[in-house]
Design a protein around this ligand. Structure first.
Ligand code: FES
Ligand code: FES
Length: 222
């Protein structure tokens, strides 16, 4: 261990890493740029390192401007559910693994648990509440009911938002992992639907009926 030890004037062994750390601290403290980046708090100023950093953001949710002042760490899902009381979007895993929180932003499906609300200033967000309401259902909502595409219903808002956006992806010609011919427009087959909807888990196993519902709506739109 001789390499890692030095001798002080008092003849005490000092680990080299301690000396390196001490030298680095001294160099940092005397670097002008560093001192500017982290100014000392003003005398008497209250410092609360645990205080949240707030930011204002305006989201266009289901066609309406909604202004919020949020902790910058707030996910889009929590902004919708906890701040706007739009509880149709569900929190399943909160880790981007189940799809229960799927909403559409700018017409594209995303996991709202994996994105921060403050990243969506001015964005158009569509939740299940914006797709349709009782008495005025979106065709996909009606098809899920007709084909019994749910049991407990917890995954259903995410399944419906995902399937509406997914049909647009097919119509736009976006291929999937199972698209055989990348030069031809993809077709709405059961295989394509299953692959493209694999981002949304249904713990009740209503998959067959979900595919039937989506097939019917996609066929109607074709
Ligand atoms: S709650 Fe967002 S993916 Fe599961
Ligand atoms: S209907 Fe229960 S999880 Fe899908």
């Amino acid at each position: 261990m001789k390499d890692n030890l030095m001798t002080t004037p008092e003849h005490l062994p000092v680990p080299r890493r301690v000396l390196v750390a001490t030298a680095a601290t001294a160099a940092t403290a005397t670097t002008p740029g560093h001192a500017q980046a982290q100014p000392a708090p003003a005398a008497g100023a209250a410092v609360n390192p645990g205080a949240p950093s707030l930011s204002s953001v305006t989201l266009w949710v289901n066609g309406e401007a909604r202004a919020l002042n949020l902790d910058t760490r707030t996910t889009l899902l929590d902004a919708l559910r906890e701040h706007l009381q739009l509880t149709g979007s569900k929190k399943g895993c909160d880790h981007g693994q189940c799809g229960a929180c799927t909403v559409m932003v700018g017409g594209r499906r995303i996991y709202s648990c994996l994105t921060l609300a403050v990243m969506h200033e001015g964005d158009e967000v569509t939740t299940i509440e914006g797709l349709g309401q009782p008495g005025n259902l979106h065709p996909m909502q009606a098809a899920f009911i007709k084909h019994d595409g749910y049991q407990c219903g917890y995954c259903t808002p995410g399944q419906i938002c995902a399937s509406v956006a997914m049909i647009e992806e097919i119509k736009a010609g976006n291929p999937s992992h199972v698209t055989a011919d990348l030069t031809a427009a993809p077709e709405v087959t059961a295989e394509e639907i299953r692959e493209r909807m694999s981002s949304n888990i249904c713990r009740c196993g209503a998959y067959s009926n979900i595919v039937d519902a989506i097939t019917e709506v996609a066929g109607r739109q074709a």
